[in-house]
Design a protein around this ligand. Structure first.
Ligand code: ATP
Length: 216
């Protein structure tokens, strides 16, 4: 059985930078699926602007109809902070023999040492790092050392072991960011062609970034 990809994020909102990254990794790493996992209450960053329900609706709209894309709402359903290590432990319990690949952008990877029990993550899953415009791989410090220890360029390592490797993959660089999208939308501009139409519709209907309607 091929690895399961897990793509966590606030997805506030989800956009083509996220979707293209997930799609390229699904194909290049021969993943069975990519699970999009919207964060409920992220402990290491500011509270999301759109509600958890609206973010979940956007992720569902974005992934609908794409084979291999799944939505996993466990972090949203769980009370309290969503620690990745706890989420991965639940997935590991459900899939004791599968390879699990946690997908993160380079910016998120650089912040890894701030995550709760971050060293445990590699006992539960591999970490697949997607290059993101403007961010470079660490050469020094704890992450630089970790890359020397655990880094691999072999996709087969991700298939043969269940966890423990770090793999960096260059994906098509789409310089789209959720922060910039929220600014654009709240300034009254149109996000068309930066995200799927279904996501744009959820944003317009909910008014989640313009505050002109209460969030459903
Ligand atoms: P912001 O764009 O405001 O920085 P964000 O998109 O990083 O927010 P998340 O939704 O939490 O916020 O991102 C989820 C994951 O997707 C992160 O690991 C992030 O690095 C990655 N990611 C986000 N945008 C891109 C992009 N354009 N290309 C590649 N990876 C991305």
């Amino acid at each position: 059985m091929n690895p399961i990809g897990i793509f966590g994020g606030t997805f506030d909102p989800i956009h083509y930078g996220h979707l293209r990254t997930a799609f390229e990794l699904l194909q290049a790493l021969r993943l069975t699926e990519v699970r999009f996992m919207p964060a409920g209450n992220p402990p290491h960053r500011e509270a999301p602007v759109a509600s958890a329900d609206v973010r979940l609706s956007m992720v569902k709209a974005a992934t609908e109809g794409q084979r291999g894309f799944l939505v996993d709402d466990r972090e949203i359903r769980r009370e309290g902070p969503s620690y990745s290590v706890d989420t991965l432990a639940t997935l590991r319990a459900e899939h004791p023999d599968r390879s699990l690949c946690l997908i993160v952008g380079m910016d998120a990877f650089l912040g890894l040492p701030k995550w709760y029990q971050w060293r445990e993550l590699l006992q539960l899953a591999h970490v697949v790092v997607a290059h993101r415009p403007g961010w470079r791989a660490p050469g020094m410090g704890p992450l630089g050392e970790l890359l020397v220890d655990r880094g691999t360029g072999r996709i087969n390592d991700l298939h043969e072991a269940r966890a423990g490797y770090i793999y960096i993959h260059a994906v098509t660089q789409l310089e789209i960011s959720s922060t910039e999208l929220r600014k654009l939308i709240s300034a009254g501009r149109d996000p068309r062609f930066l995200m799927p139409d279904g996501v744009r519709k959820v944003i317009l209907d909910s008014g989640c970034y313009t505050g002109d309607r209460s969030q459903a």
